[in-house]
Design a protein around this ligand. Structure first.
Ligand code: PLP
Ligand code: COI
Length: 342
């Protein structure tokens, strides 16, 4: 990828090959120290569990540039810990936190020119992954593993940027079952979501909101982000469920809402029957950042939120501005969430 050919202003959320990636292999109970490699192909056994049985997980993170040119990561240790949770659930060896952070830092440092300049709303997306390798045929954990991190400069996940999107509450397909793997970042959760989201996009919706698989009565999350609601009395509510991904972004905006803005925050089961009490809705995640949801289809009925879904709601906007300013170092990091890559 030729850096000069990148139009930082109009970047989509897509793969662009950067020069370096980080690889560390696990064999015979040991992690190697890992190294930077240039090859963007991974050579693994045809019988690897990652390819057949979905024994793999991943993470999503961003490196962003400040106005003075510094490069910051946002709460990287939280992604490291979540990858360990995913590894345990999928019977893979945990990547030690120091190896995870070393891989992240080395890969960003090696590709530092690919961290977009300040002020374009673009960032360097990091994709850490852990995959089962080694020859294997039966359904059992792999004998070997690869921890890898590649990066790609990206723009907004929803092409509209900070504009309200239309979403559809999924009344047929489920993302994750109770006691399944919805709470970990396993690839299978995303392959299961490709059919529903493709159908939704064909119908003009940007994303799907999944409901609880048992009763289809409670909101869970979107295919690629968590969800939050601002009620008419200004309360911030976000679903409590064991089947959703514990989002680092969501945890952060709950803290911002409560501590920085004095907003009442609730994490609780949130039923579709409560939608009439809602005045703003938002999606949140690393890729989605905070994306306002202007319109939602629920069982053939369309609900529109702030300004008939035409503009972002004021609380959503306030949270978005605070989070994004904090992430690029424009305002003081009083939560101690930033790590500079030097
Ligand atoms: N939920 C799902 C299904 C996701 O894919 C993501 C993205 O990572 C999130 C939620 C948001 O998590 P985070 O804020 O940690 O990126
Ligand atoms: C992220 O926000 O980092 C994600 O992993 C969402 C996605 C699958 C693009």
């Amino acid at each position: 990828m030729d850096l000069k050919s990148i139009n930082w202003k109009n970047l989509d959320f897509g793969y662009r090959k950067a020069p370096f990636r980080f690889h560390a292999r696990w064999k015979e109970g040991q992690w190697e120290s890992g190294r930077l490699v240039e090859d963007d192909y991974i050579r693994i056994e045809e019988s690897a569990t990652a390819l057949h049985y979905g024994q793999q997980c991943f993470e999503g993170m961003k490196a962003q540039r400040s106005s003075s040119g510094k490069v910051y990561l946002f709460r990287p240790e939280e992604n490291g810990k979540r990858m360990q949770d995913s590894a345990r659930r999928l019977m893979m060896p945990e990547v030690p936190l120091d190896l995870f952070l070393k891989g992240i830092n080395e890969v960003v440092r090696a590709n530092i020119e690919y961290v977009p300049p300040y002020g374009f709303g673009a960032s360097l997306y990091l994709r850490p992954m852990l995959i089962g390798t080694g020859h294997n045929l039966g359904v059992k954990p792999a004998p070997e593993y690869l921890f890898a991190v590649f990066v790609s400069p990206v723009g907004p996940y929803f092409k509209e940027g900070f504009k309200p999107i239309r979403v559809k509450a999924e009344s047929y397909f489920d993302r994750a079952a109770p006691h399944g793997i919805g709470h970990v970042k396993a690839g299978g959760n995303y392959s299961a979501g490709m059919l529903p989201v493709t159908k939704a996009r064909q119908e003009g919706y940007a994303e799907v909101v999944y409901l609880d698989a048992k009763e289809h009565r409670y909101f869970e999350e979107l295919g690629a982000a968590n969800i939050f609601f601002i009620l008419n009395d200004n309360t911030f509510v976000t679903p409590k469920s064991d089947a959703i991904l514990p989002s680092v972004t969501r945890r952060s905006i709950m803290e911002i809402a409560e501590k920085d803005f004095g907003i009442k925050v609730e994490e609780r089961p949130f039923g579709i029957n409560e939608i009439s009490r809602v005045k703003e809705v938002g999606a949140c995640g690393t890729a989605a950042v905070i994306t306002p949801i202007g319109e939602m289809l629920i069982n053939d009925e369309t609900f529109r939120f702030y300004d008939q879904g035409k503009t972002p709601g004021p609380i959503t906007e306030k949270l978005y501005k605070h989070l994004t300013s904090l992430q690029v170092g424009d305002i003081e990091d009083n939560h101690h969430w930033l790590t500079e890559v030097k």
